[in-house]
Design a protein around this ligand. Structure first.
Ligand code: ADP
Ligand code: MG
Length: 599
């Protein structure tokens, strides 16, 4: 039966489709990237299912993508042997339900001023609709393992689509075939060479064979007909004779060129992570990042390519994204989908946690050899091999940060601006790596108030011989701290003071009482020891006490409800008086933070 029904497309999707089909966006070729990416996802899915249920591949054990252009019918067809879609899935995935990213993408493109916003379509979960950049009619035939029949979805990017049982029957076995009926002005994509270049460009990081229906010239040697019997024997004899005889032979033959069509495998490279790091260009790493994150114009700050041997064999490429995800700190509890896990080249999942939360901003892939292929996603997290890999990679990541700090101060500054708070969380949380992370932290200080560029090591290297502590002062901003009366005396004596301006800094210091044998000392607390009291000009403490006794008593009685005690301070130079927190009390800064949080 060919009972077909037309179904309304979700209004947002419909808006998206008409926006795309009417778009004058010049980089229309990205439709191919999106289709290849979807085919690859569908192949990943069926291969993963086959790990636990080998019969999943019974319809077709070949996992591949094939692409063909047909100038006669003005179409491009892309076929995969992936999971396929049932009638219901066709309906849901291709139109009736808008993805969460749809409206975000719509407003991005609608407000764009000719930028490359359409290029980013894949990030918003609506990449499929990029087909309407080049096609005015699209049909999707699909056959899933779960369903008896093969169905065809077809749409002309207005507000409805049609789904019907495929009149051709089950031609696919399993998988999906998408046919694009090209717009009048998109015929350039039928050109074989242009299409080959495009497919080559977008298949580089796809882990399934991609074939292109290609023509090639072949020379065939046709023998001139002699009409005599016993030819074969003659040739053998003649071939055994000398050159002069060969010339005569050529006269008898005719070289003819014919065009042969065949499937040509386009991607033959190993996956990037399986290759030798030394033989990989930076550009390749960057392109891989772009393909993996679906962010075609972003460039990672740095990366590390690891080959783990010994305990657990694995390969990994980890990247530092150029910008911190704006939701990183809100979503610390959520799964990030940042790391793709493979087991022996088979994609398993991106829903697992490889890194501790504070390091979960890294993106990349891990390909493990020592995990069982049929490991379930549930038990994966507990697997010993994965835990070993995780530990190893945390070290490698810290090495990468250290290397970046050493090689490129400016880039490290960028990195720290984005991920400094994450590292501070790391220093608070990780007993194992606290010291190493502390070495990666940067602060503003009286030595360089303009940017957080002072490391604890550089602070210590400038410490005066007698100085026993790392002095710091907290506040909402560098300006506020610079107004602080506590600062004067230290600066006057030539001490450097760290300026802690981030809310997390107080927690950091509480969890990290010292660094490299030096304790942190809060300039705003209690009776500060400079370490050079002995050389201090001999102030006659007793004399001063006597001189100011009546003032002290008066202050203490007048402010009895407000203060603990009154002491004569050596900390101030120009301000007459300061209110300080007790040694074990909250600092004013901390009190304000807690008040802001309603505590
Ligand atoms: P995304 O790939 O980000 O999910 P798309 O708009 O590219 O968004 O695709 C929408 C959905 O359609 C996919 O999530 C998938 O479920 C389905 N789909 C698209 N192409 C295929 C395909 N070749 N095989 C199976 N399912 C597909
Ligand atoms: Mg997609």
């Amino acid at each position: 039966s060919s009972s077909s029904s037309s179904t309304k497309i979700d209004t947002e999707i419909s808006r998206l489709m008409s926006l795309i089909i009417n778009s004058l966006y010049k980089t229309r070729e990205i439709f191919l990237r999106e289709l290849i990416s979807n085919a690859s996802d569908a192949l990943d899915k069926i291969r993963f299912m086959a790990l636990t249920d080998p019969s999943a591949l019974s319809q077709n054990s070949k996992l591949s993508i094939s692409i063909a252009a047909d100038p006669e019918s003005n179409t491009i067809t892309i076929t995969d042997t992936g999971v396929g879609m049932t009638r219901e899935q066709l309906k849901q995935n291709l139109g009736t339900i808008a993805k969460s990213g749809t409206s975000e993408f719509l407003s991005k493109v609608e407000n764009s001023k000719g930028g490359d916003d359409v290029n980013q379509i894949g990030q918003f979960g609506v990449g499929f609709y990029s087909v309407f950049l080049v096609a005015d009619k699209v049909t999707v035939a699909s056959k899933s393992n779960d369903d008896d029949d093969q169905y065809v979805w077809s749409s002309q990017a207005v507000d409805d689509f049609v789904i019907a049982k495929d009149p051709r029957g089950n031609t696919l076995g399993r998988g999906t075939q998408i046919t694009l009926h090209l717009k009048e002005d998109a015929k350039e994509f039928l050109d074989e060479k242009a299409l080959r270049d495009l497919v080559t460009k977008y298949s580089e990081f796809i882990n399934f064979p991609i074939y292109l229906w290609s023509s090639r010239e072949e020379e065939i040697i046709k023998e001139k007909e002699t009409g005599e019997d016993g030819d074969e024997d003659d040739i053998v004899e003649e071939n055994l004779e000398d050159d002069e005889e060969d010339k005569k032979e050529e006269d008898k033959e005719q070289v003819e060129k014919v065009t042969v069509f065949d499937w040509e495998r386009i991607n033959t490279q190993k996956p990037l992570w399986m290759r030798y790091a030394k033989e990989i260009e930076d550009e390749e790493y960057i392109e891989f990042y772009r393909a993996m994150t679906k962010e075609p114009s972003s460039t990672p700050l740095s990366w590390t390519h690891v080959k783990g041997e010994g305990d657990t064999e694995y390969r990994s490429i980890m990247y530092i994204p150029p910008k911190v995800d704006p939701n990183f700190f809100q979503n610390l509890a959520e799964k990030a989908h940042n790391v793709r896990l493979f087991v022996k080249r088979v994609f398993i999942t991106d829903e697992f946690e490889l890194f501790p939360k504070w390091l979960s901003f890294l993106k990349g892939i891990v390909d493990a050899d020592d995990l069982p292929l049929n490991v379930s996603r549930e038990t994966l997290q507990q697997h010993r091999a994965l835990r070993t890999i995780s530990k190893h990679l945390v070290k490698k990541a810290l090495d990468m940060f250290q290397q970046l700090a050493k090689d490129d101060e400016e880039k490290y500054g960028q990195f720290f601006k984005e991920y400094g708070s994450a590292l501070k969380y790391g220093a608070i949380e990780s007993n194992t790596h606290r010291k190493k992370i502390a070495g990666l932290l940067r602060f503003s200080s009286s030595y360089d108030p303009t940017s957080p560029g002072v490391s604890l090591d550089s602070y210590i290297s400038r410490m005066k011989g007698s100085q026993s502590s790392i002095f710091f002062l907290s506040g909402m901003s560098v300006e506020e701290i610079e107004q602080s009366p506590f600062l004067e005396r230290l600066l006057a004596r030539g001490y450097e003071v760290l300026y802690l301006t981030e809310p997390i800094d107080e927690m950091l210091i509480q969890n990290m009482p010292g660094y490299n044998g030096k304790l942190f000392a809060n300039v705003a607390k209690g009776d500060l020891k400079f370490g050079d009291e002995d050389q201090e000009d001999a102030l006659d403490q007793q004399q001063l006490d006597e001189e100011y006794e009546s003032l002290q008593t008066w202050l203490k009685t007048t402010l009895a409800a407000e203060i603990d005690k009154v002491t004569l301070s050596k900390r101030l130079t120009t301000s007459p008086m300061a209110i300080v927190a007790a040694d074990y009390g909250l600092t004013g800064h901390m009190e304000r933070l807690m008040a802001a949080q309603g505590q």
